[in-house]
Design a protein around this ligand. Sequence first.
Ligand SMILES: Cc1cc2nc3c(=O)[nH]c(=O)nc-3n(C[C@H](O)[C@H](O)[C@H](O)COP(=O)(O)O)c2cc1C
Length: 204
Amino acid sequence: MGYTKQERVQPVRVLGVAGSLRRGSHNRKLLEAARDLAPDGVEIKIFDLADIPLYNGDRDKDQERPEAVEEFKRAISEADALLFATPEYNHSIPGVLQNAIDWASRPAMKSPLAGKPVGIMGASPGALGAVRAQQQLKLVLLATLAAVMPHPGVAVGQVAEKFDNSGTLVHEPTRQFLAAFLGDLAQWSRRFHGESEQQGRRAA
Ligand SMILES: Cc1cc2nc3c(=O)[nH]c(=O)nc-3n(C[C@H](O)[C@H](O)[C@H](O)COP(=O)(O)O)c2cc1C
């Protein structure tokens, strides 16, 4: 007997992007925690921005675009949704992240970011969990026509206390909040890919 439509719901493929290149990045660890906590039916793959050079309009042409940029744009196109984890630098987003988004945002209005469902998180050693950077990131992404999830987001303050020495997220309330957020992101993504939230819940 064939599968019913509900049983054939595809997994939501999420591309995770951290705005920090640091080896010990808390935001990278937050993405890794998200990957581990992802509910059934959600797959998170992490993209490393380290090889993306500074934006140069002279190279933003077919045949001349840096390979790492092509790879990033391809990964965005293939993903159902994006999940950013941003640090806060001087009350905004790090240049590394703005730069990568700038590359991905062309051609304007028709880039792989246009219409892409996006969730935003942030972590900081201070109390605020990069909330100012998260607001900035929202504005930048809206300029690309990305479909930013209107969710308060995940703000992990005092982040060093929430992970153990091996990089595992051990703070139980944060684990639960993050898992619920990922469920919300999956539902948000399904809205843009022609599946009902109810079908998504059945798949999860
Ligand atoms: C250039 C710079 C500016 C920063 N500005 C802020 C800031 O405005 N607000 C804040 O909470 N933390 C600020 N920080 C501290 C970062 O939140 C902290 O370094 C954080 O751990 C970076 O994220 P990561 O662990 O993912 O690399 C700043 C750090 C740097 C290097």
